[in-house]
Each structure stands twice: as C-alpha cells, then as structure tokens.
Design a protein around this ligand. Structure first.
Ligand code: ADP
Length: 445
C-alpha cells in the first residue's frame, strides 16, 4: 500500500488525483510551476513543492526536478496524470531507478505502445482486428503508393511516434501522395523527432470507440466498458459518453475481449484505454492504446461506480484487483462536456485570463471536475481545459436533459469558453439521434 504520492501534473487532473489520494488515506505532494502557485490544487494538497518556472521543459517535463522533489518529500510513488511525462518510458524508468513506484504501466510497455507501428503489429499477432494498412513503416512515397493501391484510397499517413492528433495526413488520391508524404514526414520530425510513417485505410464517417481496462500486476484484467469519443475537432475530443450509442451488447463483449487481449499482449499493468475506430457497418478496428489515465475517465466511473484513480493507486501499491466485471454495467448513461478557455467564434483560439463570475452547476446526477475559482488567473502557458461537466441519467435522453440543465446553469465570465458550443452541439438533431461520427462537429460548427 502506498503512503505518500507525488503528483506531477496540474489543473483539474491534479485535483482529481489529490481527491483520490485523500479518499484512499494516502498523503499527497503536488509538484507545481511558478505560475501555478495560486492554483486550487496547490492549496488543497497535503504539501506542495515548486519545481520550476512556467516553461514546461523547466517544470512539468523536468524529470530530475520531479524525482528529486518526490525523494526530498519522502514519497513512495509518482502519479503523472495525463499529458506531460505520463507516457514517457525514460521517465518511468528513472522513477523506478530511484526506488519510487511509477503509477502506470512498465517502461517497456510504454515503449512498445509509444511506437504505433510496433503496437499495431503486436495487436494483430494477438488476434485483435487492426485497420488494413502497411505491415510496418513505409520508407518512401513509392512504397506508400504500392500499399495505398492495394488497400484503396483514401488513406491516412500516420507518424509511428504520433499522438495528440499530430502527424496524421489524409491522402484522397494518388496525386496527393508524394507531397503529402514529405509534409507528413516534416511534421513528424518537428513534433516527435522521428520521421517514420505508416499507412492506414481512412475510414469515412467513423466512430471513435474506446475501452477502459484495469490490470493488476498478477495478470488480472477487466474491462469497464466503452466510451464514444467521436465528437472531435481536429482529432481532439470535446464530448464523450458511455455507453456508446448503437453499440449492441454483442459488440460490447467483443470489444471487451479485444481490449483485454490487447492489454495482455502488451504486458499491461494499471489503468489503460484501447482505442478503436468503427466503420458505418459497425466493424471495429484497433488504432492505438493509451497508456495512462484519460481526460474522459469520469463517464466510465459514472456508469460503473468504480473510482478509476483509487484503483490505480491500489494496483501501483501491489494490490490485486478487488473488483470484477459486472453484468449490470453500464448502469444508466453518462456524458462529459470538456469546457476549454477557448473562443469557438475565433477558431478556438485559447483565451487565458482572470475568472470573473463563476457559477458551476450542481444537483442530481451532476459532477464537475474543475480547478477554477472566482478571481483565478488562467495562465496562458498550458492546456486550456478548465472544467469537465459530467452528468449521469437513467438513459441517454435523461443524461442529455441533465447536461442541458448543467450547461444552462454554468456561467463563467472573464474568459471565452466552449459552453455555448456544447449547448449547440446538444441541440443538434444528429447528436440527439446518437448519430455520432468524427465529422459531426465540422458539420455543426
Ligand atoms: P492520436 O494518437 O494522435 O490521438 P489516433 O490514432 O488515436 O491518433 O487517432 C486520432 C483520431 O483520428 C481518431 O479518434 C479518429 O478520429 C481519427 N482516425 C485515426 N485513424 C483513423 C482511420 N484509419 N480512419 C479514419 N479516422 C481515423
């Protein structure tokens, strides 16, 4: 059992992890950057330690400072949250080498899953369906052209080291391939310092469906069911729900089976997410596995009653999974709206600034994960996610109505937000019908 955890993150997720530590009877220390000194997570953590100035390279990505802070404060583990160092195998290795527990999978698992080509090959070998595409890396545009001809256009060029929607390029026909290949390689080099590309068939009007899993060190693996995250803008999720509309219980079982096979094939330990893309016929294919806690984990918590972060702490402390899959899951329906300090009328430009009035919704079936307070200065240096509104209803119709109530009550002044954007999304007939695809937001906004 862990006694004291250092949290190497900020914002709503730092607060979420602090809450799980407190609920688990574990002390927590928050590592923060100078501009985050006055943030809510700093004031509610048991202890807090400044690890450097605003630039992330000097603070939230500064592995040696973070590990030193954990050692000085007498912690026995580090929770990386999401983003920052959460999926960095070198960091996980350094944490272990200093005698601390990394709350996440093993470094070798992070290394495997961070290489999307290797992950794809491993999953295929384990019998998990993958999108048709290149066997491995495509060395040049001529090789890419050969594969594309076989599988048929449109195709997606993807960076082997890709993530966060970067390093992905849609190629509609052969004439676009030579230029597209160079541009995609250049972006992959810029973003990841790794020019390796692979190729997948592009699935039009796809749905993004992902499965939450939990694995302990003894090899027990369970599925907590799926989430639909098709409401995306530029491959970035904005609204998520569980269960996924139109997923039958037969498909749910299949997805769970594949997700567990994927986790086992990767030697996975702790909480993770296996992402699939579904075509219009309902066929699902593995696209990647995210080796960390996800922003959208609360919708799964709402429909299972499992506290995923508390489970992460237990697993990292060496406990066996104390929960089993329940035939009653999913219980009801949950939706999450991500509220960003961004201006939807101005191409979603970040809108940092001083929070004026702040009214966040409460009442039956509503959960808010937010680190905002009145008079808080949202800094310009970091991801602009400021709040997550999560609702639960007995069914999707009730959940939508509750989310409308939550959005109606929400009032945040001082910064532009995506609240109004979500009101519009929820009122669109396509969303209400559950006809979600990754192009939905482009069609509405
Ligand atoms: P990242 O790691 O950058 O998030 P992913 O491989 O998870 O990249 O893909 C992100 C999003 O891109 C998916 O949620 C989906 O919207 C879209 N996408 C990925 N692969 C395909 C595909 N083969 N066909 C259609 N859309 C895809």
């Amino acid at each position: 059992m862990l006694k004291k955890v250092l949290i190497a993150n900020r914002g709503e997720i730092a607060l979420r992890i602090i809450r799980a530590c407190r609920d688990s009877g574990i002390k927590c220390v928050l590592a923060y950057s100078e501009p985050d000194r006055n943030s809510l997570p700093v004031s509610v953590a048991d202890e807090a330690v400044c690890i450097g100035p605003a630039p992330v390279q000097l603070s939230y990505l500064n592995a040696s400072r973070i590990i030193s802070a954990a050692l000085v404060k007498g912690c026995d583990a580090i929770h990386p949250g999401y983003g920052f160092l959460s999926e960095n195998p070198d960091f996980a290795e350094a944490v272990e080498a200093s005698g601390l527990v990394f709350i996440g999978p093993k470094p070798e698992t992070l290394r495997l899953l961070g290489d999307k080509v290797a992950a794809r090959q491993r999953m295929k070998a384990a019998g998990v369906p993958v999108v048709s595409g290149s066997e491995g890396v495509v060395e040049n545009f001529k090789d890419a052209a050969k594969v594309a001809k076989e599988i048929g256009y449109p195709v997606l060029l993807k960076a082997a080291a890709g993530g966060g929607g970067k390093g992905m390029r849609l190629i509609k026909e052969e004439s676009e391939l030579e230029m597209g290949f160079s541009l995609c390689q250049a972006e992959a080099h810029r973003s990841f310092e790794d020019t390796r590309l692979y190729l997948e068939k592009f699935i039009p009007d796809a749905r993004h469906i992902e499965v939450q899993i939990l694995c302990d060190a003894a090899g027990n693996v369970i599925s907590l069911g799926e989430r639909d995250c098709s409401a995306q803008r530029r491959h970035q999720k904005l609204l998520e729900e569980s269960p996924a509309p139109e997923v039958t219980s037969d498909l749910r079982h299949k997805l769970a089976r594949w997700a567990k096979a994927a986790a086992q094939a990767a030697g996975y330990v702790n909480a993770g997410t296996v992402e699939f893309i579904a075509d219009q016929q309902g066929n699902c294919f593995f696209i990647e596995m995210n080796a960390r806690l996800q922003v959208e984990h609360p919708v799964t918590e709402m429909v299972t009653g499992v506290d995923i972060v508390c489970e992460q702490l237990k697993i990292a402390g060496g406990d066996k999974l104390g929960i089993a899959e329940s035939p009653n899951w999913p219980i009801g329906h949950a939706i999450e709206c991500r509220i960003y300090a961004e201006d939807p009328d101005n191409d979603f430009q970040p809108s940092p600034g001083l929070i004026g009035d702040l009214i966040l919704p409460t009442g039956p079936g509503i959960r808010v994960d937010s680190y905002l307070y009145q008079g808080y200065l949202v800094p310009p240096f970091y991801d602009p996610l400021i709040a997550k509104l999560i609702v639960w209803g007995r069914d999707r119709v009730e959940a939508i109505r509750r989310m409308e109530r939550a959005l109606f009550e929400t009032s945040i002044t001082g910064v532009a937000t995506t609240v109004e954007f979500h009101r519009r999304l929820l009122s669109s007939p396509r969303f209400r019908k559950g006809n979600l695809t990754t192009t939905l937001l482009d069609d509405i906004w």
